[in-house]
Design a protein around this ligand. Structure first.
Ligand code: S3P
Length: 447
């Protein structure tokens, strides 16, 4: 149902192809971390290319509430004057993280070993998401938390009066939880070791190193163990935020699906723990060519050339999930237009993202006339080649990635696709609709 306050949008192929340069915004994960570590060091950190989207701006507001000084320079870069590890002040108001699981969970970790109190809340989607996964291990450091039913927000967190170092094995494949624990370890005495079976994104580890923390990563038979020296003194540095592969995913798949298209995505981050989607699309037969591969401030980047072409269904190995966890909605759209069956498994985590993504994707694809089996931990999608009917109204459930994925689908379906609300797109990719229109996408207000 479309509510009076929602902003629906209709996407249609209209026979036109996509072309040009898709300069997608800065990486969301790195942007949150740069603001947080800038706050935890002494001195001035300059951040170029920060993602100026709602999720990250909410983290910026929280950093101010903890005492950091933040300023946007005329050249668009951000300056953060930090308070140092252990120097956080107590926020005098509730911290509202909007839609952001990453911002809220990382900041819980950041304050968990400083003896201050903060209250965390967010929008209806974030208030439904499980927080026990981060609060439980933070208690090991000595933090205390009061949460709503099922460990949900609003949450009052009291940082440890006497922080303890921790040894903990994380069974969940979550970079957010791992990062929260590493941030907490910064103000605990001695060594903290966090191990994880899954190789989740490692931006926190890389950036901690850049800020001068003593951190050691030991590969294990399965996964890795990260040891961090606490009571750290972090020194200010400059951060260059590379472009977000998770945002690039939408124009990339659009260019693959719309016949005759060719686009370039410059300077996109190619950290191997984030590029699972590109590997999966290549396995489906996509033409994706990386040129100008280079290092940018400790992260690999490159330019990605994408040409349209037919795709074939595949079975995506479940252990690829951490490297493409946010990309399953758009991969599922690509699979709908592939020849043959695509099997996606090992995805129970998708049920607790901004929406229950397995349910939202399955319902959306069915509305387009695609046959899909929703499993407890995945999806089986019967690809229809370039013969997808479309025509449906897609329920986005306050989920930016569901909205963007189905707008992309509408560029290649027979009938136009309408998504019920596009407002949440501003949480990660405020320029999405304009960027896609500049490439040639036909997005219009529904009649
Ligand atoms: C993120 C980790 C992932 C991802 C999220 C960003 C991060 O969440 O879905 O969008 O920046 O650490 P989980 O760690 O919960 O899998």
């Amino acid at each position: 149902m479309v509510h009076a306050s929602s902003r629906p949008l209709r996407s249609h192929s209209a026979g036109s192809l996509l072309g040009g340069t898709a300069a997608v915004p800065g990486d969301k994960s790195i942007s949150h971390r740069a603001l947080i570590l800038g706050t935890l060091c002494v001195g001035e950190t300059r951040i170029a290319g920060l993602l100026e989207a709602e999720d990250v701006l909410n983290t910026a507001a929280a950093m101010r509430a903890f005492g950091a000084q933040l300023e946007r320079d005329q050249d668009g870069s951000w300056l953060v004057r930090g308070v140092g590890v252990g120097g956080l002040g107590e926020p005098d108001d509730v911290l509202d993280f909007g839609n952001s699981g990453t911002g809220s969970r990382l900041v819980m970790g950041m304050m968990a070993t400083t003896p201050i109190r903060a209250v965390f809340t967010g929008d209806a989607s974030l208030r439904r998401r499980p927080m026990g996964r981060v609060l439980e291990p933070l208690r090991l450091f000595g933090a205390e938390a009061e949460a709503g039913e099922g460990g949900r927000m609003p949450i009052t967190l009291r940082g440890a009066r006497v922080a303890l170092p921790v040894r903990h094995h994380l069974t969940l494949a979550s970079a957010q939880v791992k990062s929260a624990l590493l941030l907490a370890a910064l103000n605990a005495p001695g060594r903290t070791t966090i191990s994880q079976a899954a190789l989740t994104r490692d931006h926190t580890e890389r950036m901690l190193r850049a800020f001068g923390a003593q951190i050691h990563v030991e590969p294990l038979e399965t996964g890795e163990a990260i040891t961090l020296m606490g009571e750290a003194e972090l020194g200010a540095t400059s951060i260059m935020v590379p472009r977000d592969p998770s945002s690039a995913a939408f124009p990339v798949v659009a260019a693959l699906l719309v016949p005759g298209s060719e686009i370039l995505v410059p300077d996109v981050m190619l950290n191997p723990r984030r590029t699972g989607l590109f590997a999966a699309l290549r396995a489906m037969g996509a033409s994706l060519e990386v040129t100008n591969r280079r290092d940018s401030g400790g992260e690999e980047i490159g330019d990605l050339k994408v040409c349209s072409g037919p795709l074939t269904g595949i079975e995506v190995p479940p252990d690829w999930a951490p490297s493409m966890i946010d990309e399953y909605p758009i991969l599922a759209v690509a699979a709908a237009f592939a020849e043959g069956r695509t099997v996606l498994r090992g995805l129970e985590e998708l049920r607790v993202k901004e929406s229950d993504r397995l349910a939202a994707i399955a319902a959306g694809l069915k509305a387009l006339g695609v046959s899909v089996d929703e499993l407890a931990d995945g999806l089986i999608i019967e690809g229809r080649g370039m013969d997808v009917q479309g025509g449906g109204l897609i329920a986005t459930h306050m989920d930016h990635r569901i909205a963007m994925s189905f707008l992309v689908a509408g560029l290649a379906t027979r009938d136009a696709v309408t998504v019920d609300d596009t407002q949440m797109i501003a949480t990660s990719f405020p320029d999405f609709c304009d960027l896609m229109r500049r490439l040639g996408a036909n997005f219009a207000e529904p009649d």
